[in-house]
Design a protein around this ligand. Structure first.
Ligand code: GTP
Ligand code: MG
Ligand code: ZN
Length: 311
């Protein structure tokens, strides 16, 4: 058919599910779109231009360009390839809770992934209405993040007043909720974003081991606040490859001591005069957080985490 090509419009990717996306335009319209050409990729949070569907053919909108990103938050997939998860984030909120059993190493690696991508990482401790949040072991776990210098918010997605400080923190941010399945990411998203009706785990499903309720990554606008991306729960997370000397960027408490080490290229493993290993020995630095740092170094070396390399 002849006729002028429809004008290209700026849009935002608000949902990505494999290579299918949903975009939103400035007038508030949302519709499905597909990527134009094989080389193009985009993820939730991307700023794109779209070619609207031609009225005659009733086809789907095409994403034709993707703007350069301010940040890219990515993971290493099971085959060791880097996969972008979200674009243009300013804040990554790692959601933890006393149940299901939290894995602190996953939380650490998320925070490291954020720091390495130039994104501020914070910890949100959800389900504070449950008595288990008072357990000594759980409090020790969340206390490690406070000690490391992270911002830690304690709240319950079920209690509006406790969610208010998080809502204030999201003001002006593009934030993503990440974490293990069942921690309450979607429940919190629904509490914060009126337009969101994300499915959450129901009571009858709650006994299912390893069940993942959320299957897509989606962005919501919070009126008078910021933007929030809910994401599916994970069994594991590792940041994309970086040089081993960069790994410490993901551990603020280690980075803060690094300038006191004898060698300025100290990796804080077995080097003499290391201020970090001394701080661990002096109980000034969490042995678990330090172990976590060593594990990520080993992951980056392509070795199983439990294998400690000897040089
Ligand atoms: N007691 C209590 N339960 C909560 C709270 N927040 C969420 N839950 C419950 O925890 C379960 C899991 O919540 P979801 O929001 O589905 O968790 P999710 O992190 O989105 O899980 P995935 O989508 O699988 O990653 C549901 O049964 C929620 O009702 C809370 O603050 N307190
Ligand atoms: Mg969910
Ligand atoms: Zn050192």
């Amino acid at each position: 058919m002849s006729g002028a090509a429809a004008a290209e419009l700026p849009a935002r990717v608000i949902e990505s599910f494999g290579r299918r996306v949903t975009v939103s335009t400035a007038d508030g319209a949302t519709f499905p779109a597909e990527l134009f050409g094989k080389r193009l990729t985009c993820v939730c949070g991307d700023e794109v231009t779209i070619r609207p569907p031609s009225q005659a053919s009733g086809d789907v909108a095409k994403v034709v360009t993707v703007a350069p990103r301010r940040t890219t938050f990515s993971r290493t997939d099971s085959r060791g390839r880097t996969e972008a998860l979200a674009a243009n984030l300013s804040l990554l909120a790692v959601i933890v809770a006393p149940e299901p059993v939290p894995d602190p190493y996953i939380a650490d690696r998320y925070l490291a992934g954020a720091a390495l991508a130039g994104i501020t990482g914070i910890v949100v401790v959800n389900k504070s209405d449950l008595p288990d949040t008072a357990d000594e072991q759980f409090r020790a776990f969340t206390g490690e993040y406070e000690a490391a210098g992270y911002e830690v918010l304690h709240l319950s997605a079920r209690t509006t007043e406790t969610v208010a400080p998080l809502q204030a923190r999201l003001n002006g941010q593009v934030a993503m909720f990440v974490g293990q399945s069942g921690m309450g990411k979607s429940t919190l998203t629904n509490a914060l974003a009126p337009a969101s009706s994300r499915p959450t785990r129901t009571i009858s499903e709650s006994t299912g081991e390893g069940r993942h309720t959320t299957v897509s990554t989606a962005l919501f606008r919070i009126p008078g606040s910021g933007e929030l991306i809910d994401s599916p729960g994970v069994r594991d997370y590792a940041p994309p490859p970086v040089q081993e000397s960069q790994v410490q960027v993901g551990w603020p408490e280690i980075l803060a001591l690094a300038h006191e080490c004898r060698f300025n290229n100290c990796l804080h493993l077995r080097e003499p005069g290391c201020a970090v290993t001394k701080a661990v020995a002096d109980s000034k630095l969490s042995p678990r957080r330090y172990e976590s740092y060593k594990r990520l170094i080993n992951i980056m070396r392509g070795l199983p985490p439990e294998y400690e390399r000897r040089r």
